[in-house]
Design a binder for this molecule. Structure first.
Ligand SMILES: *[C@@H]1O[C@H](CO)[C@@H](O)[C@H](O)[C@H]1NC(C)=O
Ligand SMILES: *[C@@H]1O[C@H](CO)[C@@H](O)[C@H](O)[C@H]1NC(C)=O
Ligand SMILES: *[C@@H]1O[C@H](CO)[C@@H](O)[C@H](O)[C@H]1NC(C)=O
Ligand SMILES: *[C@@H]1O[C@H](CO)[C@@H](O)[C@H](O)[C@H]1NC(C)=O
Ligand SMILES: *[C@@H]1O[C@H](CO)[C@@H](O)[C@H](O)[C@H]1NC(C)=O
Length: 639
């Protein structure tokens, strides 16, 4: 059957005519072998790596809109707590941090408001994380603990512009007394556009309050969250993560698991339970982590996005280079076993019952545990790995264990390999695992990202980086019988507060925007094959074109993923063995006008363009790949 004719699609025609680029003289011809068995691809190949870096946790994906909401430490995590990010509102208001009035053991200070006059409302205001975003049609939920000396009336809560215009206000149920009580309220601003130059205010205007002191602790303000989770994710960031179609979630780090010193490691017990019981810590990325988002919140993310948790556990090594001695590891091992019981234990276990009391009676299934993080930094991994491995596998014999460095003390299931390389090196690794022994252990590329200027973390998130990522990922997918999981890193940054570049998702208080690498990762992830097909290249070699081809039984699709790293268009002829395809295919193309192209808040130049193209016959077609592009071709098999 001959299909190419007058029906050549309008889109394809427009594309060919408008092409100004030079056509390469190379002729590549690929034969897709649906007639020989392919390799099964890992069903959880694409996923997320998470740690709080670049202000992507507190003040980032964590939906808490208030900053310094419980006065446990200053923002740098190194100085005494203060009233930073809070101010007094009204001529008759004075604020101070009061360490003589605490809410509980976790929160030993309070924010004191002294009221001397209410000619204008007297109150406290929080400036948020570089602003407080107010959006039309969004409902905000606020809460706080408060008590008073000398006043037993109500308080008002409002969202205001920084010059005092009230956007929304409400009066919580209940009156202040001499004991702490929790107050909560919802706010719905009547506004027509989004703004961030706002503040959150709690105030009084009753004459009865004059001369009184009001004490506050554990404030909270949330807009609508991803999947409507209480204490959940900022909705737009949650959506950007979920749109990547992630199959797994590695958390809580990364370096941020390890602590800058042993006592400062991430401790799950400090991250669970009601917000007022959580205790923050100095994160490894030099700012205070509130732990408002904790272990159970991460598990809810896994549930809401359908991700397999990859639980990374502290293994006795911290970033100052110190290792816990072998004979002292006991309590650290117990901490991990307690954490696992919290997650997987029945309601009848000590920690399982605590989880149930926190709202999740059903035990979680933890299939993957990673012991430590980047332990090639240390010289002590052998004994540390052995100790944790023995204890974990004794209690959980079926769990898949991930090692983070080579060690020779115990077996492992998967090795976590990290790649922060420059463009040339990343592309050069397109075949890294092609001839890697299949000897029973798998690979987790737990962190990768092209740093166009070389490692580490001072490069642009441009088209060049995305294409090199795409080439590398093409090789990873081709080897996804061996490579079980891959994750880009770091995943996110708050623009202006980045500690590592590039990242996949950029955001500020107002908006989220996506890098070229995001679009590549997303296209590779959503167009997911279950079987990797053999591809014969009769003419031509890898470079400047790099490819992987896979099929998906359930949808009767074939995906051709092709990266053109060259400056010329490349025409490729395809033949399929033992597969008849529908006459029209879909092309999703990621490219730009220059390798330096980056997406900004105002303008995304590198996005996904979708078009259709026609087959020559039931089993053959040609396609011209644009210069500097990453393309996915979707072919439909005839039944
Ligand atoms: C709350 O705000 C309303 C409206 O401005 C005002 O009438 C009321 O007195 C306020 N109450 C308190 C306790 O400040
Ligand atoms: C481990 O897997 C085996 C085989 O699937 C099963 O019989 C056993 O109950 C599992 N053990 C645990 C502790 O989950
Ligand atoms: C499998 O091969 C890799 C690469 O040579 C090697 O590092 C690893 O130790 C091998 N695994 C086992 C279990 O022998
Ligand atoms: C990052 O790159 C810029 C521009 O090339 C350079 O000036 C700066 O020193 C670099 N910073 C680091 C930390 O390498
Ligand atoms: C399948 O994996 C083997 C290695 O185990 C490799 O030699 C072969 O080329 C792979 N097949 C495909 C279609 O990638």
């Amino acid at each position: 059957m001959k299909l190419l004719s007058a029906s050549l699609s309008a889109v394809a025609t427009a594309f060919l005519l408008s092409s100004t680029f030079i056509q390469s003289a190379n002729a590549l011809s690929l034969t897709i072998r649906n007639d020989v068995p392919g390799n099964a691809s890992s069903p959880i190949l694409y996923g997320l790596m998470y740690e709080d870096i670049n202000r992507c946790g507190d003040g980032g994906m964590y939906g808490q809109m208030l900053r310094n909401w419980n006065f446990q430490k200053d923002d740098s995590g190194t100085k005494d707590p203060s009233t930073e990010f809070w101010s007094a509102v009204g001529d008759g208001a004075k604020i101070a941090l009061d360490d003589s009035v605490g809410l509980n053991d976790a929160n030993k200070n309070s924010l004191r408001l002294d009221v001397s006059s209410v000619k204008t409302p007297a109150g406290v205001a929080n400036e948020g994380w570089w602003g407080v975003r107010a959006q039309p049609d969004e409902t905000y939920t606020a809460s706080f603990f408060a008590k008073a000396n000398g006043y037993s009336g109500k308080v008002n809560v409002s969202l205001q512009t920084n010059d005092g215009t009230v956007l929304a206000s409400a009066t919580p149920e209940g009156k202040l007394s001499s004991d702490f009580q929790q107050f909560s309220v919802t706010l719905k601003p009547k506004i027509s556009s989004t703004s961030v130059d706002n503040r959150f205010v709690v105030s009084v205007d009753s004459e009865d309050a004059v001369g009184s002191s009001i004490y506050f602790q554990v404030f909270s303000l949330f807009g609508e969250t991803f999947a409507d989770r209480e204490n959940g994710l900022r909705q737009d960031i949650g959506k950007a993560l979920n749109d990547l179609n992630p199959s797994f979630f590695r958390f809580p780090g990364g370096n941020n698991l390890e602590g800058v010193s042993i006592p400062q490691r991430w401790k799950f017990q400090q991250t669970i339970g009601p917000l007022e019981d959580r205790v923050g810590r100095l994160g490894d990325w030099t700012y205070w982590n509130t732990n408002g988002q904790g272990l159970l919140d991460y598990m809810y993310m896994c549930e809401d996005m359908g991700m397999e948790p990859i639980l990374d556990v502290y293994a006795g090594y911290s970033l100052d280079g110190s290792s816990v001695a072998e004979e002292d590891l006991g309590p650290y091992v117990d901490e991990v076993l307690d954490e696992l019981e919290y997650l997987t234990g029945s309601k009848d276990t000590k920690w399982g019952s605590l989880r149930a009391s926190h709202g999740h009676p059903e035990p979680f299934d933890i299939k993957y545990i990673e012991i430590g993080n980047e332990d090639w930094f240390s010289t002590t991994y052998d004994y540390r790995y052995k100790t944790f491995y023995d204890a974990i596998t004794k209690a959980y014999p079926n769990v898949t264990i991930i090692e983070t460095a080579e060690q020779s003390s115990r077996p492992w299931d998967i090795y976590d390999d990290h790649y922060y390389l420059d463009t040339k090196a990343m592309i050069g690794n397109y075949d890294h695992y092609d001839n890697y022994p299949r000897n029973g252990t798998g690979i987790f590329v737990g962190e990768f990202g092209t740093n166009v200027k070389g490692c580490c973390g001072n490069s642009s998130a441009n088209l060049e980086a995305a294409l090199a990522d795409a080439v590398f990922m093409t090789g990873l997918e081709r080897n996804s019988d061996l490579v079980k999981m891959i994750a880009y890193a770091p995943t996110m940054k708050r623009v202006g507060h980045e500690q590592w570049n590039p990242d996949m998702i950029h955001f500020d208080t107002e908006a989220v925007w996506l890098t070229p690498s995001y679009h590549v990762f997303q296209q590779w992830s959503i167009n997911r094959a279950d079987t990797i097909l053999q591809v014969d290249h009769s003419d031509g070699e890898f470079g400047p074109l790099y490819w992987v081809v896979g099929s998906k039984k359930e949808t009767a699709q074939i995906f051709v993923k092709m990266v053109n790293t060259g400056s010329e268009a490349e025409k490729v002829s395809f033949n399929l063995k033992n597969a008849a395809i529908h006459s029209q295919g879909v092309a999703r193309v990621i490219t730009g006008s220059s390798l330096d192209d980056e997406n900004t808040k105002d303008k995304s130049t590198v996005t996904v363009k979708e078009s259709t193209f026609n087959m020559d016959t039931l089993t053959s077609f040609t396609y011209t790949f644009e210069p500097y592009s990453a393309t996915v071709l979707l072919l439909h098999l005839q039944k």
